[in-house]
Design a binder for this molecule. Structure first.
Ligand SMILES: NC(=O)c1ccc[n+]([C@@H]2O[C@H](COP(=O)([O-])OP(=O)(O)OC[C@H]3O[C@@H](n4cnc5c(N)ncnc54)[C@H](OP(=O)(O)O)[C@@H]3O)[C@@H](O)[C@H]2O)c1
Length: 258
């Protein structure tokens, strides 16, 4: 009897323990997400494009009693993404949650009012789209077989309010004056991926959403951002939960105009 109860608790505990992959998790929102999900007892897989940064992030997690699996992958490189998916499939039978977090903003040195439409280079456009759009699409496609083995798969595309076409067309919107063509349009296209993939996954156990974390103090968000990392990961964490929406663009529990 005692064994049965212990076994029951163990089984329930295990069923709530998820396997989570977070890309670009050596710092910023990615690392904080890994920390929070690790503290909640989930199995953490993280990626970084730099081995020292990866080691430091894994040591940081270990200092919080979180053992993680670390993988090197430069999201600019197609071959790295393919190798990453192969390595994950070798180490893990399934994946519950994929957080496409790695991202880059190359238009301007930081978030500032301005418009890069007349000046943005082909190199900046291509590199931004490679990391912010092609990589999440590619990696998601490569990992879908593992996600389909989960009883409740979740894909979180870490997008941005900067990808909202509706708000960029509205002269009264607070983001109207921040026209970073490469970054903003890469996130708009990422949102389109969320919408398209959600339709493709209707009727499966997998839910996919776009998250806007808010304007958060990170290397990408800059020093003037008002939100802390802990506040910034809230939306990402919400979208990993059982009762999350499907095919939505969310910030802090509310929908954002596409
Ligand atoms: N902070 C904000 O206010 C804000 C607002 C809206 C959306 N977001 C989104 O949130 C996500 C995380 O950003 P963050 O604010 O946490 O910025 P961050 O601290 O600068 O972190 C960005 C992460 O992406 C990684 N990355 C960049 N280029 C990469 C590449 N080619 N290959 C692999 N990894 C790469 C970085 O790795 P390295 O350390 O090697 O560069 C880092 O781990 C991004 O998608 C961003 O667009 C942020």
């Amino acid at each position: 009897m005692i064994f049965a109860i212990i076994n029951d608790i163990y089984t329930k505990g295990n069923s709530m323990k998820k396997k989570v992959l977070i890309t670009g998790a050596n710092k910023g929102l990615g690392l904080e997400t890994a920390l929070q999900l690790g503290l909640a007892g989930h199995t953490i897989l993280i990626t970084s494009r730099n081995s020292d940064n990866l080691k430091n992030a894994m040591n940081f997690l270990a200092s919080h009693q979180i053992q993680s699996f670390g993988y090197i992958a430069d999201m600019l490189k197609e071959d790295d993404r393919i190798q990453l998916a192969k390595n994950i499939a070798l180490d893990h039978d399934y994946l519950d949650i994929l957080i496409n977090n790695a991202g880059t903003q190359l238009d301007f040195p930081s978030f500032m009012p301005g418009n890069s439409s007349e000046t943005v280079s082909q190199e900046v456009l291509k590199n931004t789209f490679e990391v912010n759009l092609f990589a999440p699409i590619h990696l998601t496609q490569l990992l879908l077989p593992l996600l389909k083995k989960s009883s409740a798969g979740r894909i979180v595309n870490v997008s941005s309010i900067m990808g909202s076409l509706a708000l960029h067309a509205d002269t009264k919107s607070p983001i109207y004056g921040i026209k970073l063509l490469a970054y903003n349009s890469s996130k708009t296209a990422l949102n389109q991926f969320t919408i398209h993939l959600s339709e493709a996954l209707n009727g499966t156990n997998i839910r996919v959403n776009s998250a806007h974390p808010g304007w958060v103090k990170t290397d990408l968000g800059g020093e003037y951002a008002p939100m802390s990392l802990q506040e910034g990961v809230k939306t990402i964490l919400d979208l990993t939960q059982e009762h999350c929406p499907h095919g939505s663009f969310i910030h802090d529990g509310n929908s954002i105009p596409w």
